[in-house]
Ligand binder design. Structure first.
Ligand code: UT7
Length: 310
């Protein structure tokens, strides 16, 4: 089987910041409540005329600037595309003058980036593809009800990009896992005709997230031939800092194994793992040989995991 590596990452976040003190002026909330219940301090918000595809294209440009490769396939993860057609991958390819490639969108809510990574890995291993570009971009502000204090404090906008390749299989993707518990499909809802704005059963999603994180850590370690005593880091979907605290407690792992940037980006749905990965990479948080576990979870209720040898 061909080895597939994660060759480069890229990211983009809008300039505008929405802080907890801004939200205190918009709804009945406090910085203290938001910080203790979620760990979020601020989020980025796209301009009215800045769409998910614009952010995806900027993250993709950042990623492509780091590698001397042209993608032969583009997968765009998004649940917040501004149009059904042209779909997001088509807009991004056009913006970046990418030609001679296949392209499609993938929506698996907050698990979308890791779902895309698993699909891309197997398409490289079984198909004619060599270099696959993934974007994960979300304009969550578009689907956020800024009169609902339970949800408007959670979300931010942003985009990330990853380049997978079999040509230079550095940072090898060792294993992936995909899953869905469709009995919880109505626990997270957004973008419908009647329920346009984001709504969730927060407590049920919280419990699900903690359980699935524990299971994914065990399964990804097993599939990678590693154990809890090895050096490894977890980059989970950045939904709530308390989810990471509970997952660390239940998995009996130190908190510093969990990489978290939720304080300054909030929940950016499928972009969140890519943003955290790009930031962690820039800060040099991983050394060669470390195992990095990406764990997505969210609407669906979906989950997805990937183990990468750094
Ligand atoms: O990315 C998609 C996946 N989503 C997730 O992973 C989210 C998982 N869930 C969560 O992160 C948490 O459930 C939330 C952060 C969404 C909510 O935290 P919670 O501890 O479950 O709070 P709650 O919804 O049970 O609300 C507790 C109290 C309520 O008041 P009462 O009924 O106890 O009087 C709410 O009305 O807090 C109140 N509340 C607020 N108070 C101040 C809810 N939102 C706010 C707010 N400011 N913004």
């Amino acid at each position: 089987m061909k080895k597939v590596g994660l060759l480069a990452t890229g990211s983009y976040t809008p300039e505008r910041k929405l802080t907890n003190s801004d939200l205190e002026k918009m709804v009945d909330t406090t910085d203290e409540w938001i910080t203790t219940r979620t760990g979020i301090k601020e989020r980025r918000i796209a301009a009215d005329n800045e769409y998910s595809s614009d952010m995806a294209a900027k993250a993709a440009r950042d990623c492509l600037g780091k590698v001397n490769l042209r993608p032969d396939l583009l997968i765009s993860s998004t649940a917040t595309a501004e149009r059904a057609c042209p779909y997001q991958a088509s807009i991004v390819a056009n913006r970046l003058n990418l030609t001679n490639l296949g392209a499609f969108d993938l929506n698996a809510a907050c698990s979308g980036l890791v779902y895309s990574l698993a699909v891309a890995k197997s398409m490289i291993q079984t198909g004619p593809y060599r270099n696959i570009l993934i974007t994960a971009s979300e304009k969550m502000s578009m689907l956020t009800d800024y009169t609902d204090r339970a949800s408007c404090i959670l979300f931010g906008d942003g985009a990330a990009a990853l380049m997978l390749s079999s040509e230079q299989p550095e940072h090898e993707i060792l294993a992936t896992e995909l899953g869905l518990d469709a009995t919880g499909s109505d626990y997270v809802i957004m973008g419908g005709r009647e329920d346009y704005y984001f709504r969730q059963d927060g407590r049920k999603v919280f419990k699900f997230a903690v359980t699935i994180m524990g299971e994914m850590i065990d399964r990804l370690l097993l599939k990678s031939g590693a154990s809890k005593n090895d050096d490894f880091y977890i980059i989970p979907h950045q939904a709530n800092y308390r989810i990471l605290e509970s997952a660390a407690r239940e998995s009996k792992l130190p908190q510093d194994r969990f990489i978290c940037y939720i304080d300054h980006y909030g929940n950016t749905s499928s972009a969140s793992i890519g943003l955290a990965l790009d930031e962690a990479e820039k800060e040099g948080r991983f050394k060669k040989g470390d195992l990095v576990l990406l764990i997505g979870f969210g609407g669906g209720l979906s989950w997805a995991g990937a183990a990468i040898r750094w």
